[in-house]
Design a protein around this ligand. Structure first.
Ligand SMILES: C[S@@+](CC[C@H](N)C(=O)[O-])C[C@H]1O[C@@H](n2cnc3c(N)ncnc32)[C@H](O)[C@@H]1O
Length: 251
């Protein structure tokens, strides 16, 4: 699944991290999510809808912010790349793109997206890269799934692998975002009718309540805030949180 970049750790030991009970349970839940969307002709109604949103809204936003903030060459990693659909149109220039995810179902589909030079099955809390080897990190629809302590832990891991001064671009849903106005009532309706709790996505425990909350989290994790955008560019779904790793190396 991968063509090695110079930034990757030579050892395959990161695979051990995928077998811890927490990681195994979480990756199984994500496998089920991706399977439930279907693919090709067997796509579910929700699968077709979410793919359309990825193409029409997420792709242009990801393209805009990554091209704005990432230098035109270097190694860039999407941590929680899923099927890669949201990132499929970012200009390549001299950049090397690596997709990391722990869902083998998602990675299987990401292979056909063709936007990554390499795909790695790994836990984003234990990234398979040498310290200080990566120029930029991005993700979309990932951070909101982690409680605060795990958020800080994930950002510390991002900081470890980033070069000093490296950039993160996080597409992080806002608490009161437009998609919740649509999905919230549908989830409630289906849960009531079937008498079984239903969610379209695994739990989103940390949607962002404010720009200040986002920059406080970045500061705590050792990043300076460069920009926080919440605008029509992301259809008021994500806050785009852009940070720069402190210039001193990670202790
Ligand atoms: C909502 S999806 C977003 C996927 C993609 N960014 C997109 O726009 O389609 C979140 C992804 O993060 C991945 N993920 C969540 N926790 C992870 C972890 N600890 N390590 C690696 N991947 C993780 C899931 O497997 C899932 O594919």
């Amino acid at each position: 699944m991968s063509a090695n970049t110079s930034a990757e750790r030579s050892s395959e030991s990161h695979n051990d991290e995928l077998t811890t009970p927490r990681t195994k349970a979480a990756s199984t839940a994500w496998d089920s999510h991706w399977l439930s969307l279907g693919k090709g002709r067997t796509r579910s109604f929700f699968g077709i809808g979410s793919s359309a949103v990825r193409h029409l809204i997420f792709q242009p936003a990801v393209r805009f912010f990554l091209d704005k903030y990432f230098p035109s060459e270097g190694v860039f990693v999407e941590t929680g790349c899923g099927t890669g659909e949201s990132s499929a149109s970012v200009p390549r220039r001299e950049r090397q793109f690596v997709g990391v995810d722990f869902s083998t179902v998602a990675l299987g589909q990401a292979q056909s997206t063709g936007c990554f030079d390499s795909l790695l099955c790994a836990d984003l809390f234990h990234l398979p890269f040498q310290s200080g080897a990566v120029d930029g990190i991005w993700n979309l629809g990932v951070m909101e799934h982690f409680e605060r302590a795990l958020l800080i832990q994930s950002l510390a891991e991002f900081r470890r692998v980033l070069k000093p001064g490296g950039t993160i671009v996080l597409f992080w849903p806002a608490e009161a975002n437009l998609s919740r106005w649509i999905f919230g009532p549908l989830e409630l309706l289906r849960s009531t009718v079937t008498r079984k709790p239903f969610r379209f996505f695994p739990d989103e425990v940390s949607r962002l309540k404010s720009r200040k909350q986002a920059s406080d989290i970045l500061r705590e994790a050792g990043f300076a805030t460069l920009e926080i955008d919440f605008s029509p560019r992301t259809a008021f779904i994500h806050m785009v949180v852009v940070g720069r790793s402190a210039l001193s190396p990670t202790p």
